[in-house]
Write a protein that binds this ligand. Structure first.
Ligand SMILES: C[S@@+](CC[C@H](N)C(=O)[O-])C[C@H]1O[C@@H](n2cnc3c(N)ncnc32)[C@H](O)[C@@H]1O
Length: 210
């Protein structure tokens, strides 16, 4: 909704001078916290786990300073980077592997595009970004998690996960996409348990719905 309003404002003010495509690009311009470079040691670890072969088509979808791309072993490599005029969402060729550290503000769109162009994905995500709906999206599209690594980069906000997803492979971890809901009211929906509603605090072990 907010994006739509921003887009409408941009089109109204600048539409006479700029194409719709450029207005859209400005609207989607990087947020400052989207440009966060990966330490070389972490990129090397991710690359190592992907077992890249010389004949493989490997895509770094968001080059940044090139810490992934520059360190790939010999292979058929390609890159995208919005700041250099190569938008990942315009890249539609099929590749054997997409590997990198995507921009945090567009994770959903990023994953939706990635599953269309590859059968193997290696991304690093903050713990808050690996949400059940995103895991579900990958699972629904036939991707299993074949590698999972937990780490903390000293100056990053939260711990991170390195995850490799491969199409038609069994997953090494399980998850439950739906929430576990209250087993006191058994409404199957979000209730007041553990929450403060209109100043009234409902404890973790009680449900005031009943
Ligand atoms: C978290 S940074 C990671 C940079 C680099 N891959 C690294 O790990 O050091 C995300 C990068 O994505 C780029 N980016 C954002 N949107 C993009 C898009 N639509 N297509 C390609 N690159 C994009 C940003 O400019 C930024 O360089």
């Amino acid at each position: 909704m907010i994006n739509q309003v921003r887009y409408t404002i941009l089109i109204n003010i600048f539409g006479k001078f700029m194409s719709k495509k450029i207005c859209k690009k400005i609207m989607n311009r990087n947020k400052p916290n989207d440009v966060i470079y990966t330490p070389k040691e972490v990129a090397l670890l991710m690359i190592d786990k992907c077992n890249i072969k010389e004949k493989d088509k490997v895509l770094d979808p968001c080059l940044g300073g090139g810490v992934f791309y520059d360190n790939f072993p010999p292979c058929n490599k390609q890159w995208c980077e919005i700041e250099k005029g190569k938008d990942y969402f315009d890249f539609n060729d099929k590749v054997d592997l997409v590997i990198g550290n995507p921009p945090y503000s567009i994770w959903n769109k990023w994953l939706e595009h990635t599953i269309k162009i590859t059968n193997k994905i290696c991304f690093i995500l903050g713990v808050m970004n690996l949400t059940p709906p995103r895991l579900q999206l990958l699972k629904d599209n036939g991707f299993g998690i074949t590698y999972f690594h937990i780490l903390k980069v000293d100056w990053w906000f939260s711990p991170s996960f390195i995850v490799i997803w491969e199409k038609d492979k069994n997953s090494v971890i399980d998850f439950t996409g739906d929430r576990f809901t209250c087993d006191i009211c058994n409404s199957g929906k979000r209730c007041n348990r553990g929450r403060t509603v209109k100043g009234k605090k409902c404890g973790m072990n009680e449900c005031i719905n009943i």
